[in-house]
Structures are given as C-alpha cells and as structure tokens.
Design a protein around this ligand. Structure first.
Ligand code: ADP
Length: 165
C-alpha cells in the first residue's frame, strides 16, 4: 500500500526547518501533501495563495509532493485524501505540549489516523516562521534560514508594507 502523509502548517512563510521535515519525511512516506492550513478569520503576512506558491517554487516539480490548502477539520481532510498519517515537526520543548494536545485530539476524532513526529535538524532548532518575520520585519538578515526565493519575497513584502516598494 502506498504510504501517504499530510504535513499541515501555517507555512507563513516556509522555512528551511519545514524543508528539512519535508525532505526527511519523504524517506518514510511515498507521497506527501503539504497542506497550508488556515483560519479564514486570521490573516497572515502572506496570503494562502502566496504561501502555496512559495512552497511550490521551493519543492520544485517533485511528483511525490502535492501542495494544497484547507480551513476545516484536519482529520477530515486527511481521511478524504486517503492518507493515514499527519506529519509534524518538533523543535524545542515549547512545541511539545501543543503538539501533544493536537495529536491526542486528532486521534480522538479519528482513530485510523496517526500523527508522526520528526525531530528537527539541530540547525533549525530556533527557526520558526514567527521569528523569521519578526527579524526580517525589523531589517535583520534571515539569510540561510529560509530558501532564497522566500528571502526575496520577505524583502519585497516588508518594503511594500513600509511604503518603500
Ligand atoms: P503552526 O502554525 O502549527 O506552528 P508551522 O507552519 O509553524 O505551523 O509549522 C508546521 C509544522 O512544522 C509544525 O509541526 C512545526 O512544529 C513544524 N516546524 C516548524 N518549524 C520547524 C523547524 N524549524 N524544525 C522542525 N519542525 C518545524
């Protein structure tokens, strides 16, 4: 049977930490759906379409990867996609409690779906989309923490927001 996992997140924007989980996830799963999970009442820095477009550019045309978006109950998306696994990454201890709660509620909602965690690569321990936005928004360099294309999009976004673009 083909092993299909869904990797959900905000991906606002995708970072090298996410990319590490994607690459390593593909060693355990035949196919991955990278799912931009969003709340329609909350706006991020990038629109859902911008986030999906950046992910597509970064992963290239790998036939094992599909990029999608969704705003409902995650386990329903996973079931309808015919997947068995939710893939998540773990960084610091601070991720643990939230991830633990999410995994438990998702298992309660659908016992056929397992959440699988990959430990972050040590280089990406402190890399989060929020910190990246915080640093880049104040003019700090985040080179090396995000793919080049994301670096350019961040620079363009912040120069537009500050009226310089
Ligand atoms: P969320 O909004 O749920 O935190 P994110 O887009 O930030 O979603 O992250 C999606 C998933 O990727 C989460 O499981 C998160 O823990 C994981 N992740 C994010 N950054 C990293 C990183 N640097 N290393 C490993 N996993 C990460």
């Amino acid at each position: 049977m083909e092993r299909l996992a869904v990797y959900p997140g905000s991906f606002d924007p995708i970072t090298n930490g996410h990319l590490d989980i994607i690459k390593r996830g593909l060693r355990s799963f035949d196919r991955l759906i990278i799912l931009v999970a969003y709340n329609p009442n909350k706006s991020g820095l990038f629109s859902v379409n911008e986030r999906m477009e950046m992910i597509r550019q970064v992963v290239g045309d790998d036939p094992r990867i599909r990029v999608d978006s969704f705003s409902g109950l995650l386990v329903n998306y996973v079931r309808d996609a015919g997947a068995q696994v939710i893939l998540r990454g773990l960084r610091a201890l601070s991720d643990f409690e939230y991830e633990f709660q999410m995994a438990l509620i998702n298992r309660r909602l659908n016992r056929d779906i397992e959440t699988v965690f990959l430990m972050t690569g040590y280089k990406w321990f402190y890399t989060s989309s929020n910190l990246i936005k915080e640093a880049a928004g104040h003019g700090g360099s985040v080179r090396g923490l995000v793919p080049e294309i994301v670096l350019q999009k961040l620079q363009a976004k912040y120069s537009t927001l500050s009226g310089k673009g």
